[in-house]
Design a protein around this ligand. Structure first.
Ligand SMILES: NC(=O)c1ccc[n+]([C@@H]2O[C@H](COP(=O)([O-])OP(=O)(O)OC[C@H]3O[C@@H](n4cnc5c(N)ncnc54)[C@H](O)[C@@H]3O)[C@@H](O)[C@H]2O)c1
Ligand SMILES: [Zn+2]
Ligand SMILES: [Zn+2]
Length: 396
């Protein structure tokens, strides 16, 4: 089958690789319908996070049609149109029972590689490094889905393939970030980052009752989407002296009740700290440029919630004193998609959540190397590049 492979830093190529197939009796094989880029992939393309092996199939956000089921699969059937969350859950371990699906204790066969780094290993994820399980990713014609009954969600009629695609990763991640904020009706929620994750976090904050949602970024086309598609207010951080001061003024001096950080380790910033971060990152003394994380901690009101969705590795100069003295609650996780996907599909079907607009670029899997270039450069307003194995349909 054809697949997009990671070969090294800034080196991707579409290759012919062995077909995906059933390995365990609870596996399902999907013919990939649509698969898309994610900001997380950039950390591996740019070489800020280690762990990909040359030849690994990339991609973790996808939907498609079931073409094969293992002998112990009981619910999912061949022909089902399904969406699959990016983290793989077993549905039965201590963590899955508590709906902490990305922490699944069963699905990471390379747990021993990860344990020394983070203490207790996470679950497995498609196309996202050897320490995260070494599973083949979704930028391919077919993908193996372990524990198919737990991880495949039927797409309801009335929800298009494109709308369903983003309930795999961007939407549940954003929704989880808003859920972490324990929003009371009328709360003000600020979202740092207007990528697909941040926009979905902003839309979710509205669904969960926020009175005001303020999205912070510097890319005009993304801020425009935050206003027109999500109904958020916006701040262009490159146009203000201090994001913190701006948010303080917008909230009558108190600050937002919660701040969702949806930028991650490749965040931009200005000033001395950014120069220091860039230098340290280049010298491999720290993996992260954590300006937005620090600003988010400063911006949130006393007693508020800092909800971290952006992916970080080693972060220097995190203002722990700010967190302590302001009594801030920090919540962070890789997405627990299985908990949110059914609800999100219902919101989409009911017209309460718009996801399809995230697909600014569509192309064949054969053109996915160029797709990643456009996505990485954020060229031509690219928010997400969506790949289709085979011909790209003209109308979705
Ligand atoms: N927790 C999870 O399960 C999960 C899932 C998916 C993605 N992520 C992470 O979420 C983050 C965002 O993903 P994405 O796909 O939306 O990425 P993206 O790269 O498309 O968007 C990031 C946005 O942040 C903006 N930005 C940069 N510096 C900023 C600053 N100082 N203040 C405000 N905005 C700033 C950029 O202009 C960009 O629009 C990434 O770190 C990704 O790895 C986490
Ligand atoms: Zn992702
Ligand atoms: Zn589990």
């Amino acid at each position: 089958m054809r697949a997009l492979c990671w070969n090294g830093v800034n080196d991707l190529s579409v290759e012919t690789v062995p077909d995906a197939g059933i390995v365990n009796p609870r596996d399902v094989v999907l013919r990939v319908g649509l698969t898309t880029t994610c900001g997380s992939d950039l950390h591996f393309i740019d070489g800020y996070l280690p762990g990909m092996a040359p030849g690994d199939v990339f991609g973790h956000e996808f939907m498609g049609e079931v073409v094969e089921v293992g002998s112990q699969v009981s619910r999912v059937r061949v022909g089902d149109r399904v969406v699959v969350p990016s983290f793989i859950a077993c549905g039965a371990c201590w963590y899955c029972e508590r709906e902490l699906y990305s922490l699944c204790d069963t699905t990471n066969p390379h747990a021993a590689m990860q344990q020394p780094l983070i203490g207790y290993p996470s679950g497995g994820i498609y196309g996202y490094t050897q320490p995260f399980g070494g599973y083949a990713g979704s930028h391919a014609e077919y993908v193996r889905v372990p524990f198919g009954d737990v991880n495949c969600f039927d797409v309801p009629e009335g929800v298009s393939d494109l709308q369903a695609l983003f309930t795999s990763d961007a939407a549940p991640t954003g929704f989880m970030g808003a859920d972490f904020c324990d929003i009371s009706p009328g709360d003000t929620v600020a979202v740092f980052g207007a990528g697909a994750v941040g926009l979905m976090a902003a839309a979710s904050a509205r669904l969960l009752g926020a009175g005001r949602v303020v999205v912070v970024d510097r890319l005009p086309e993304r801020l425009e989407l935050a206003r027109t598609r999500v109904g958020a207010e916006t701040v262009d951080y490159s146009e203000v002296d201090s994001v913190q001061e701006t948010l303080r003024e917008m909230t009558g001096g108190r600050g937002p009740d919660s701040v969702i950080e949806a930028v991650g380790m490749e965040g931009h910033g200005t000033g001395v700290q950014q120069v220091l971060d860039r230098t340290k990152q280049a010298l491999r003394l720290e993996t992260d440029r954590a300006t937005p994380l620090r600003e988010a901690a400063l911006a949130v009101r006393k007693g508020g919630v800092l909800s971290v969705l952006g992916v970080y590795g080693l972060t220097d100069s995190f203002p722990m004193g700010v967190v302590l003295n302001k009594g801030v609650t920090i919540r962070a996780a890789q997405q627990h998609g299985q908990r949110y996907v059914p609800r999100l599909l219902q919101h989409v079907a009911a017209g309460e959540l718009d996801t399809g607009f995230l697909a600014t670029h569509r192309m064949s899997l054969e053109d996915s190397v160029e797709g990643y270039r456009i996505f990485k450069e954020k060229e031509d307003g690219c928010l997400r590049a969506v790949f289709t194995p085979g011909p790209v349909p003209q109308v979705q």
